[in-house]
Design a protein around this ligand. Structure first.
Ligand code: TXA
Ligand code: MG
Length: 335
């Protein structure tokens, strides 16, 4: 299959992309979090193509993307609490899990009775969705297990020849996937941490408890040999969370002597660690999030071993720490 490249700022090309979606084809598109691999969420055959193109297990449910609130009422049951949260955070980088309506089929939800819904902050994304006039089911536009794409060139690396078209749009400003918040149970639970934090949800809505499912998962993530591989670069990767640089340099000398090493680090530690290639995550969680996936793909191209140093454990870094732990498969060094 020849994959067409469209300019998202060109209305004619956007129209063609919308037509492809309505014909049951896959189109990759930018959002502010990561690029998505979109299909008509109401067309089972189109949705099935997503799993094939990504090599993704079909029991892993997809997020349905909308461009306005009326589309949400068409696909899900929205109670008062959900409406309050949605009006505070949509459009934005928050996905909410709600009871689904019958128009959404099992192939989207992996057989669950719920559906995950998101209205992206990116105007380019919303414009594309509104041109399609249907809700868009979309996972991140990477091959399964690989780091998510934050620019269209990376989408092309993974998806060229596998999908009908790629919309060339802006580089993603957030850089990691949306926060996934379950609103089906009595108490809201964050399934996947992202840029929107539990404190922000509580502060903006007056809801007094938001649980973190990720807390329970942290122990699982800590041990090497995770059940599911995720966000993984093609080179062995190790994470130092302690900032104990003397120990890190010592361990690296004994374990990786003679290997080409790429360092992905907070600015503070960048100069102190011995490495052949250096990637600066910056000095805030926001900068680190927006750079991580790009750096993983660059580092695997130039080095044999990837070392990451990230010590910030603040709530704002929860999403970042969740992704980097999975990227390194739980390999912790110099702790
Ligand atoms: O930022 C994002 O969320 C990006 C962009 C493209 O919007 N999308 C994304 O999709 O990250 P994906 O498929 O890579 O991740 C979807 C996550 C998975 O962890 C999945 O298990 C969860 O959302 N999910 C989807 N539907 C769900 C449901 N009904 N109940 C619980 N979790 C659900
Ligand atoms: Mg993904």
């Amino acid at each position: 299959m020849k994959t067409l490249l469209f300019d998202i700022n060109d209305s004619d090309e956007l129209l063609q992309a919308g037509r492809l979606i309505n014909e049951g084809e896959l189109v990759a598109f930018p959002t502010e979090t990561v690029y998505g691999l979109g299909a008509n969420a109401l067309d089972d055959r189109a949705v099935e193509k997503i799993y094939k193109a990504k090599g993704r297990p079909s029991d892993n449910p997809l997020i349905v993307h909308v461009s306005d609130f009326s589309q949400i009422d068409e696909i899900a049951y929205v109670d008062d609490r959900a409406r309050r949260i949605m009006s505070a955070f949509m459009p934005g980088s928050l996905t909410v899990v709600l009871p689904k309506k019958d128009v959404i089929h099992d192939c989207v939800t992996g057989g669950l009775s719920t559906v995950a819904v998101r209205m992206p902050l990116s105007e380019q994304a919303r414009r594309f969705i509104s041109f399609c006039s249907v809700p868009i089911a979309a996972p991140s536009a990477n091959t399964s297990q690989r780091p998510s794409p934050t620019d269209w060139e990376t989408v092309a690396e993974d998806m060229d020849g596998r999908i009908a078209a790629i919309l060339k749009g802006d580089k993603c400003s957030v850089g990691i996937e949306s926060t996934v918040l379950d609103l089906v149970n009595e108490c809201p639970v964050i399934y996947r941490p992202g840029a929107v934090t539990a404190s922000e949800i509580k502060d903006k809505t007056g809801i007094d408890a938001v649980y973190l499912a990720a807390d329970a998962d942290v122990n699982k993530v800590n041990s090497p040999g995770l059940r599911y591989k995720h966000y993984a670069p093609s080179r062995p990767m190790y994470l130092c969370r302690s900032g104990n640089i003397e120990r890190l340099n010592g361990t690296m000398t004994s374990l990786f002597c003679g290997k080409r090493i790429a360092l992905i680090s907070e600015t503070e530690y960048l100069n102190a660690v011995n490495a052949d290639f250096k990637f600066d995550l910056g000095d805030t969680p926001q900068k680190a999030m927006s750079r991580l996936f790009t750096f993983l793909r660059q580092a695997e191209k130039c080095a044999e071993i990837i070392i990451a140093v990230y010590t910030d454990k603040s709530e704002k870094s929860l999403g970042f720490n969740n992704r980097i732990m999975k990227s390194c498969g739980g390999n912790i060094i110099a702790d």
